[in-house]
Design a binder for this molecule. Structure first.
Ligand SMILES: [Zn+2]
Length: 495
């Protein structure tokens, strides 16, 4: 339940008096005093930090990344103000896996968090710190506003969060985040805050409301694709399984008009998310907070429209893993990086270490990610190795600066693909048999990264089991986010 505006003061007061995970004071101080003492003080001049995830946003549908449509005016404006990373990559085409790498700076095999599944899921082990828990330990107030599903708090996304709330859509989520930013800064102007904001607005089924449904769609389209949530509910009812079947059952894969219509609706949904982001940024500006806030916008994975034979995000090609990443900074760093475009390959695991560095908080040893501040200050960038995994789907991807290895090990069969991205950016020509030398080199690198992840996990107790009650299962279904374990293949399966 989201607290109302009038309940906010009570919630914040409660936060000061009850703390779930921060170390407790042992000197007999009252709870609030003990918690406050254990938090420590934020480093001098530490800015507020806002991390935004626009779920399911492929980079090449963002105007600032060259898309000809005006899908993202707000994100473009932030890119003008800060740094745009042209080659940012996600660690999974799946929401929980990717977001946890974003939160921890660890490869998927190191953090070990998979998609929520009926057969059971595991929470992030308590011993693994998150961006939020590290910032909180250094004096930050921390809060998250997310749309549930595979970013539910139970998986560990609430670790280190004073407050982790559920929102319904981009407009209400960003409005709530703005409200929190205002309250937190008014209450304790000298204590910085960390805010995470997440939305599924661009996720399927693509049924954006007016005017977004018509923004990019052909007004003369008269095909069968469901064009509104009302229509979808009318033909399929409330149950997700039948909604999903109804939506995708009307898509004629061989009809290019239908496929284009899906893209058009996806673009409309992106614009709806971007408008909410724009309103949020405007609110921060009006509150005078943009000048004291580092704002990062990214996505957990992209989306496919038959480029490699399927829809949704079930594979490991560029359209699934190339994501937008834009960072704006306050103060001198902001001035020095204004309007910059950076072409070096960077990874979502680099985001948490970068933000810790921005906050002046020591980056823990053993992370897979590195701070990007040295790169922005003229030094070297992170190693050009991106490992992406979807363990439940049998997918492993390793990309180097210009090569990419995709391994699929599924019940239906196994495949190995190798692409030279410098000559074949659309990944059309599998060179696995022509270039055994390169294949062996990438496989060796993969083995090294995998061994490092397992060594990291040695001695760290498993996270507790995540148990889903009937209500949670129905909620996940409603979001299209709970699939049968056997459905982890091919086009049309649940995202
Ligand atoms: Zn996602």
């Amino acid at each position: 339940m989201r607290p109302t505006r009038s309940a906010l003061a009570a919630v914040l007061l409660a936060l000061a008096c009850s703390d779930r995970t921060a170390p407790q004071s042992s000197d007999g101080a009252d709870a609030a005093g003990g918690v406050e003492a254990a938090r420590g003080t934020a480093p001098d001049g530490a800015p507020n930090i806002v991390l935004v995830s626009l779920d399911t946003l492929r980079a090449d549908h963002v105007s600032a990344y060259g898309y000809p449509r005006q899908t993202t005016p707000a994100l473009d404006a932030l890119a003008d103000r800060g740094v745009l990373f042209e080659a940012a990559y996600s660690h999974s085409p799946k929401t929980a896996v990717s977001h946890m790498s974003l939160f921890t700076g660890l490869h998927p095999d190191a953090h070990g968090v998979g998609q929520l599944a009926r057969s059971g899921s595991r929470r992030l082990p308590d011993a693994i710190p998150t961006l939020a828990s590290l910032l909180r330990a250094h004096g930050y107030r921390t809060a998250g506003v997310a749309e549930g599903g595979n970013v539910r708090g139970e998986l560990g996304f609430d670790q280190g969060m004073d407050l982790y709330e559920r929102s319904d859509d981009a407009a209400s989520g960003f409005a709530r985040a703005a409200e929190l930013a205002e309250s937190l800064s008014a209450r304790e102007p000298r204590r910085p805050f960390f805010l995470f904001v997440h939305t599924y607005e661009a996720h399927d089924p693509y049924v954006p409301p007016a005017p977004y449904d018509a923004l990019f769609a052909d007004p003369d389209y008269d095909g069968a694709i469901v064009s509104s949530l009302e229509e979808l509910l009318a033909i399929s009812g409330e149950k997700w399984r039948s909604q999903h079947r109804a939506y995708w059952g009307r898509v004629e894969k061989s009809n290019p008009v239908d496929v284009q219509h899906l893209r058009d609706l996806y673009d409309g949904a992106i614009r709806r998310a971007d408008d909410a982001l724009g309103a949020f940024a405007a609110r921060l500006e009006a509150l005078g907070l943009m000048d004291e806030t580092a704002l990062v916008v990214t996505s957990d994975h992209g989306e496919e429209f038959l480029e490699h034979g399927s829809f949704l995000h079930e594979q490991g090609f560029q359209e699934h893993l190339h994501v937008p990443l834009v960072m704006t900074f306050p103060g001198e760093r902001g001035e020095a990086t204004r309007g910059r475009r950076e072409s070096v390959v960077v990874r979502l695991v680099d985001v948490a270490p970068t933000l810790l560095d921005v906050a002046g908080v020591p980056v823990p040893a053993g992370l897979d990610g590195v701070s990007l501040l040295p790169l922005l200050e003229g030094g070297s960038g992170p190693p050009a190795v991106v490992v992406s995994r979807w363990p439940q789907g049998g997918l492993t991807v390793l990309r180097s600066r210009s090569w990419k290895l995709i391994q699929v090990r599924r019940r239906g069969g196994a495949s190995t693909q190798l692409f030279d991205l410098s000559r074949d950016p659309e990944e059309r020509r599998n060179l696995a048999s022509e270039r055994p030398d390169m294949l062996a080199a990438l496989e060796a690198e993969l083995a090294r990264v995998s061994a490092a992840a397992h060594a990291f996990r040695d001695g760290i107790a498993e996270g507790s089991a995540v148990r889903l009650d009937a209500r949670a299962i129905e909620e996940l279904r409603a979001l299209g986010y709970l699939q049968d374990e056997s459905a982890a293949t091919g086009e049309g399966a649940a995202p």
